[in-house]
Design a protein around this ligand. Structure first.
Ligand code: TYD
Length: 217
């Protein structure tokens, strides 16, 4: 009997949209159905990726060049896809990933204006061009989102170590949000925009609806 390949579901969106809460709930829901699930994230889903993550997110690196930033995210993805994601999918595990290539397309390609054709070309080679079956974008007003993310970083004492993107001004985050909205319009079959303004329970209903519609759970 041939093993059925797992589904690959990614979560994206502006800061503070509540991705980790929704991913955990979705993982629990899938596990209740008897599925094997891996929850992971980018950057930082491997030991090598954790080192790359520290370099990418530290507030001291505010002067990082956009190309350096883009290549580090792609390097993290190359390692993560080849070492972790693809082997799990081929074993039939469902993989839920907190951020993926669409973040590079939007943060580096749209907001930092790094050449999107080259970003895609590197991704195709380095990360096998592995496409999610479903991408859920948690969408909300950036003022609310960034405020939530900043207070979470303070609470978890991550402000210095991981706060570089939260320090960007609101116009950067607005460009990111607009980039994600346009992406959802360009790829409606794969990408679902979910309004993340309301409470976590309500948002989870929408996330589940998107899963039922796209990956036929
Ligand atoms: P993280 O702490 O995971 O933030 P969040 O909870 O908002 O997902 O930090 C990841 C940061 O890296 C986030 O600000 C978005 C940014 N990012 C990119 O700019 N490009 C990328 O390709 C990825 C994966 C993340």
């Amino acid at each position: 009997m041939t093993l059925k390949r797992g589904k690959f579901i990614t979560f994206e969106g502006v800061e503070g949209g509540g991705k980790s809460t929704q991913i955990q709930r979705l993982a629990d829901w899938f596990r209740e159905q008897g599925r094997e699930v891996l929850v992971t994230k980018q950057p930082g889903g491997t030991a090598i990726g954790s080192q790359i993550r520290q370099t990418l997110l530290h507030v001291d690196h505010a002067h990082m060049e956009p190309w350096c930033e883009a290549l580090l995210y792609l390097a993290d993805r190359a390692q993560h896809v080849r070492q972790v994601i693809e082997p799990h999918l081929s074993r039939g595990v469902w993989v839920l990933c907190d951020r993926y290539q669409d973040s590079t397309v939007v943060y580096q390609g749209v907001a930092r204006q790094v050449d999107s054709g080259l970003i895609d070309a590197i991704y195709q080679q380095a990360a096998l061009g592995l496409k999610p079956d479903l991408t859920i974008i948690l969408d909300l007003d950036v003022t609310t989102g960034v405020a939530r993310a900043r207070s979470r970083n303070v609470e978890l004492q991550l402000s210095q170590a991981e706060g570089r993107f939260e320090e960007e001004d609101l116009s950067f985050h607005r460009a990111v949000r607009e980039g994600f909205i346009q992406l959802a319009a360009r790829e409606p079959h794969r990408v679902r925009l979910v309004d993340a303004t309301e409470d976590a329970e309500h948002v989870f209903q929408l996330v589940r609806d998107a899963c039922e519609a796209v990956v036929h759970v």
